[in-house]
Design a protein around this ligand. Sequence first.
Ligand SMILES: O=C(O)CCC(=O)C(=O)O
Length: 247
Amino acid sequence: MVLLDSQLAEYNAQGHLTINDFYSSEIVAKITDDINQWAAETRASLSPEDERWYLEQDVPDGVSLFRKLDNPIYNRPFLRKLLVTPRLLAIAEQLIGTNLSVFFSQVFMKPAKHGGPKPVHQDNFYFGPADEDRVLTVWVAIDDATTENGCLYYGDGSHKTGVHQHVAPAGEPFNLMVPADIAVNFPMTAAPVNAGGLSLHHGSTFHQSSENTSELPRRALAMHFIPQDMPLVSPGLDYDLSVVVNF
Ligand SMILES: O=C(O)CCC(=O)C(=O)O
């Protein structure tokens, strides 16, 4: 067992938990280098449609910045080895059980000055799992994530309210959000975390991040864990299950 009883109690009550100093600064530097290399390799091959999905859209002419990269745990075995350690798996198993997979993972680049916001949402609306309590997002801070550069905010206890119907603004299918009249019932609490730390959340916890207009990037890598035998019965987006990685 890795998490203390008090940490388990906090996760169960609030729907999220912060763990600072999980990965060393040496590991974080290797993660950062690999993501930068991957972004550089990927940039040239993006189709115009990919560009709308993966690049920040609200940027001055001539500026090209990644918003996100998908499936690092599948696409980058080097990152998988650094990130999914026995200690991390032990934590995930404590929270959602054994025989797990990462069925989807994402790098959120949130670049300095031009990082767009992520509206209030529940991962479980995107994923549509058969068992809502057995979805865990492990969000790894690659830079210090602060209220200035766009750290996560959570609606404490919102994971106990079920999964709500989401809406998406025109032209932004990736920006599914909890309708404002529901989100307003859950004031958002900032969850700053230092580079190398973790922010864990239950799949139904309301969360969001603000835009990044600061001078510093706020990169993070999210791994979405589920039990290998649990189907996604009503996903809000299409997920490519050929990239699932079992542990
Ligand atoms: O990093 C962000 O800004 C959003 C992260 C998120 O929505 C998630 O990890 O589920």
